[in-house]
Structures are given as C-alpha cells and as structure tokens.
Design a protein around this ligand. Structure first.
Ligand SMILES: O=C(O)CCC(=O)C(=O)O
Ligand SMILES: [Fe+2]
Length: 399
C-alpha cells in the first residue's frame, strides 16, 4: 500500500515535470496563449508549484503583462512565505511600475538577502531617492551594496538611467562619485556644457536643415575633451573589434563617464529640436592598431552618427588624410542583421565604387555628423604607436 502511494507520487511528479517542460517550450517559442493554458492546467493540480508560478510570472513579465506577473509572484510568495525570489521579483515589478514606496519597502525587507544583484541595488537607491531616503542610509542598511564588484555593469546602468531621465539626479551623482575614476567627471558635469558654442550652433542648424555630411571643428570644450580622452586612455577593458583591425569599448565595457554622458545628451538635445523622438542608441570608442589597415566600408544601424576624433594632431603623421569618407549610398536593411561575411558581400566594392563620397580629413576634436546608415570608411592613416599616439575615435549613434 505504502509502495503504491510512493509509485503514484513519483508518476505524478514525472507528469508535472513533463507538463512544465512542454509549457516552458511553448513560452520559449513565443506561443504565449498556449503556454499560459498549459501552466494553468498544472496549477489546477498543484497550485503551490513554485517553478510553475515563477515561469508563468517570468513569461508575463516578458510580455509586459505586469498585473499577470504580479499575481503569479504574489501567489508564489503566499505559498512560500520565506522564499526571497518572489519578493525580489515583486520589488523589481513595483520599481518598473514606478511604485517607489512599495518597491523600497520590499527591498528593505530583503536586507539580509544575498541574491540582490547590482540592478536591485541601483533600483533600491533610486527608490530611496524618490521617497526622500539618503543613498548613504540605504547603503548602511544594506551591507552588500557596499561590496558591488560589477563596476562596468553599474556604469552601464547609470548611463542608461541617465540617458533616459536626461539629468543627473542626486542618487545618480552619488553613484558616480562612488567610483574614484569618475569623480573628476562628476565635477565637470556640474559646471555646464561640454559642447563648444560652435558645436551647439552647428547641430541646431543641422537639426532644422539636415545635410549629408556636417563637419564641426572644436567640438568639445577643452575641459570636456581632456576628460573624455583621459577616461578612454585609462580604460582597461578594450576588446578586439569584429573586423579585427581595431579595439573597441562601449558602455557595456564600462567605458563611460559623466562628461561622456553629458555630451551625448547635449548633442541629442540639439538634434531633437526637429526630431523629438531621437534617442541615444549607442556610444562607443575605437582605438586603431598599426598603420597598414585596409579600408573596410561599413554602416551603423542608426539615423544619425556623430563621430569625434580624440587623438591630438601632433600624432597624426599625414594631415592630408587619416579621416573618414562618407559615401552617398545607404546600406540595405538586410545588412544590419547579416553576419560579417554577408555584410562584406552586401557592401562589395561596386556599391561603394558606384557612389560619390565626401572625404573628411582627420583633425583633433573634429566631429563628422552624417546619416548613420550611409556607407562610410576610415581613410588610410599614419599615427604614432605609443598608447597616447594611436588613432582614437568616439561615436554617438542616435535613432
Ligand atoms: O574612422 C573613424 O573614426 C570612424 C569610425 C566609424 O565609422 C565608427 O566608429 O563607426
Ligand atoms: Fe561607423
């Protein structure tokens, strides 16, 4: 009799696993209605099954059904009151829905929870800010926040939050100041514009009357230029780019500073005069290797590209070139989802050869603004080889 009970419990368990596997598969394939029906059938038999509640909640989250997600996580917590995971999800959900007091309360109840990640830490600090709790108080109540190790991840999040809100709130400024290398930049931010007057005027006219290529000299103020260049030179996390000819670093590599964000945001403010929907979609730097690199045409998937050169003129050993050529042709849409081999084929020399190009020679602190999806290529260049002498550029992409 006991064995029978055991056997039937085992087979019920197996059935549950198989049913959940099927539901998960449907969800992964994007068949959300069918997946939901499958999850609900499981819950009718085992209403407290934590994994099913979590997976259904995660699917609801994925499809932006916040009420559905909240129901799942609340039921999960109801059946498993000491579990921290559903509480964490509820805190994140409340944060996403801008219910800052609620989110703050839940995070506070999780003070001992080691599952808190960087995103939770940042969300917690920001909730505190919204309800008038000083960031330092938050951190004192939350010891693991003083031990954030994923700095690049923190920086990326700060950047995204900044770019979304458009101004450095007290909590963001506090986050920036926690990082020694960003401290100087945080001061620059408070002092005002990082763009020269000439740059602001040129971008404003470009926004009202776009042209194919706009060249702006003396783009950043001297102070901002030095700050952006220093952050890039002291950055340790460069990766080899997909073409293999240069090193690249972007926000996700942690190459970000308050000045950089400020500049990206200011440029957007000018460009958005006639196109309010424009947003910063990417920020990256390239550092070029040796001088014998073949020119590789490419296009970037954004409406407006702002390329700025960051290596002082004395290191550019051939002042007649070393810059950028922007062709009149635009890359086909298929280019942006193709792999690098297909991309090379799509932009084969005949497309580039057939169209006219605007050649802009290299100048320190010169920005070239153009339609991002236009085909363009770095001109052959000769620069010095020491770290500070290598050719380096910064790109802001807006879409
Ligand atoms: O040659 C340059 O500096 C521009 C590089 C470029 O096209 C890019 O950053 O996407
Ligand atoms: Fe580019």
């Amino acid at each position: 009799m006991q064995q029978d009970t055991q056997t039937s419990a085992n087979s019920e368990q197996l059935e549950l696993l198989a049913a959940r596997e099927l539901a998960d598969k449907l969800a992964a394939q994007g068949q959300y209605d069918q997946a939901e029906r499958a999850y609900i059938t499981i819950l009718m038999h085992t209403p407290s099954d934590a994994t099913t509640l979590r997976n259904l909640g995660a699917m609801k989250w994925e499809t932006a059904d916040w009420t559905g997600a909240r129901n799942c996580f609340e039921r999960w917590l109801y059946h498993h009151p000491s579990a921290t995971e559903p509480a964490l999800w509820l805190a994140r959900l409340a944060f996403n829905q801008r219910q800052f007091s609620r989110s703050f309360r839940i995070y506070q109840s999780l003070a001992e929870c080691s599952a808190l990640d960087v995103a939770d830490g940042v969300a917690f600090v920001l909730c505190g800010e919204r309800i008038g709790v000083e960031p330092d108080c938050v951190v004192n109540n939350f010891p693991q926040l003083t031990d954030w190790r994923h700095l690049s991840c923190i920086r990326e999040r700060i950047s995204l939050l900044y770019l979304r809100s458009g101004h450095i709130t007290p909590a963001l400024s506090w986050l920036l100041r926690r990082e020694d290398s960003l401290l100087d930049d945080a001061d620059v931010v408070e002092e005002g514009s990082s763009l020269s007057t000439r740059a602001r005027e040129a971008l404003t006219s470009y926004s009202l009357m776009p042209k194919s290529v706009l060249v702006i000299d003396d783009f950043l103020t001297p102070q901002a230029l030095q700050s952006v260049r220093n952050s890039a030179l002291s950055h340790a996390n460069w990766r080899r780019s997909s073409s293999g000819h240069e090193a690249v670093a972007d926000l996700s590599d942690g190459l970000v500073s308050a000045t950089l964000l400020r500049a990206a945001h200011e440029v957007r403010t000018m460009l958005a005069i006639a196109r309010p929907e424009l947003a910063v979609s990417a920020i990256w730097h390239y550092r070029y290797f040796g001088n014998d690199v073949p020119p590789v045409p490419h296009a970037d998937d954004g409406d407006i590209s702002v390329n700025l050169w960051l290596t002082p003129q004395e290191y550019c050993l051939d002042n007649t070139g070393g810059g950028l050529t922007v062709f009149d042709a635009v890359a086909p849409q298929s280019y942006f989802s193709a792999d690098s081999k297909q991309q090379a084929r799509l932009l084969a020399q005949d497309i580039v050869g057939a169209s006219n190009g605007t050649a802009v020679p290299y100048r320190f602190n010169r920005a070239v603004v153009f339609h991002g999806r236009s085909i363009h290529q770095t001109q052959p260049y000769r620069f010095g080889h020491s770290p500070e002498a290598r050719r380096m550029n910064l790109t802001f992409l807006y879409d």
